[in-house]
Design a protein around this ligand. Structure first.
Ligand SMILES: Cc1cc2nc3c(=O)[nH]c(=O)nc-3n(C[C@H](O)[C@H](O)[C@H](O)COP(=O)(O)O)c2cc1C
Length: 284
């Protein structure tokens, strides 16, 4: 039996849906799949597996920091095989390439790469009334993911190195945006801009939903954001009182978000009108 570890990060569920289908495809091909949701605790030991699959949403045209850290901490993948899958809303940047290169450097054999759209709950667009790829992953994307799982098993069994190509170079506009949210800026500047106003009743939803446990309640009943922020905006989007604001609402990011919306509509990426309030996003 081939042992496969699928390590997935998924904040709003799209990447998890794809991961489940890939697992189904692998399971139907005599593989034993262990699924690990990437978090800040208890990483599994890759030594116990033959194949490692990494799945992630694209955040700012690269992998989220939590996924980058998970990959950096893997010591050695010699004699192992790997595959990568990503979901994204508009443009994938160098996310897949970054992960594939890192895994290769650690010694693994690349078995393949899968990408699909996922519903784009990105605060910058949602607050402007737009959601890209609202119906993704579609039935078709899910069944391609299952097929991909079968292909991975087949490639591993037959030592077939015929894998999907790398993505083309990221256009300049997105490279520039990626630079705007480089890790030191997020850590030392943007993470400090999150605030809850007087509508906050300390319900704890943002604390519970933050994927990196970056929000705490201080002794004097205030919320405090630490420096591990992914800039995912989950706290802002999930607040039932709409009490949280950050740099993401400021004029610094507005031009790039408006430009991205224009570019993506021009590329005819499916989108829907939405309204957001009280922690809920509704299609209108
Ligand atoms: C913080 C953040 C940044 C994002 N950045 C990008 C991006 O650069 N390019 C893109 O196409 N989609 C981007 N998205 C959309 C997600 O990649 C997409 O919605 C993904 O399917 C979400 O996966 P999940 O449901 O598993 O969390 C971003 C979403 C968030 C929340």
């Amino acid at each position: 039996m081939t042992r496969v570890l699928i390590a997935t990060f998924s904040q709003t569920g799209s990447t998890k849906k794809i991961a489940d289908q890939i697992a189904k495809g692998l399971n139907s091909s005599e593989c034993e799949v262990t699924h690990y949701m990437i978090s800040t605790n208890h990483p599994p030991d890759p030594d116990e597996y033959d194949i490692i699959g990494i799945g992630t949403p694209v955040y700012f045209f690269r992998p989220p920091f939590i996924v980058q850290d998970f990959i950096r901490k893997i010591k050695n993948l010699k004699n192992k095989s790997s595959f990568v899958f990503i979901t994204y809303g508009t443009h994938l940047g160098n996310c897949g390439n970054w992960i594939r290169r890192k895994l290769k450097k650690k010694g693994s054999t690349d078995l393949g790469y899968f990408k699909s759209f996922g519903a784009d709950y990105w605060l910058g667009y949602i607050k402007r009334g737009v959601m890209f790829s609202p119906d993704s992953p579609t039935e078709e994307e899910l069944s391609s993911a299952k097929e991909f799982g079968k292909n991975i098993a087949e490639r591993y069994a037959n030592k077939n190195a015929d894998v999907e190509p790398f993505d083309p170079t990221t256009p300049f506009i997105y490279q520039f945006e990626r630079m705007l949210v480089a890790r030191p800026s997020v850590k030392y500047m943007y993470s400090k801009t999150f605030k809850a106003d007087s509508n906050c009743d300390l319900c704890g939803i943002c604390i519970a939903k933050c994927p990196v446990h970056n929000i705490t309640e201080t002794k004097n009943g205030k919320l405090k954001w630490g420096s591990e922020c992914l800039l995912c905006g989950t706290c802002e989007l999930s607040c039932p009182k709409d009490a949280i604001t950050s740099v993401l609402d400021s004029m610094i990011f507005a031009p790039t978000m408006i430009q991205n919306i224009k570019l993506s509509k021009k590329k005819q990426i499916p989108w829907a009108k939405v309204e957001h309030s009280g922690g809920e996003t509704r299609l209108v």
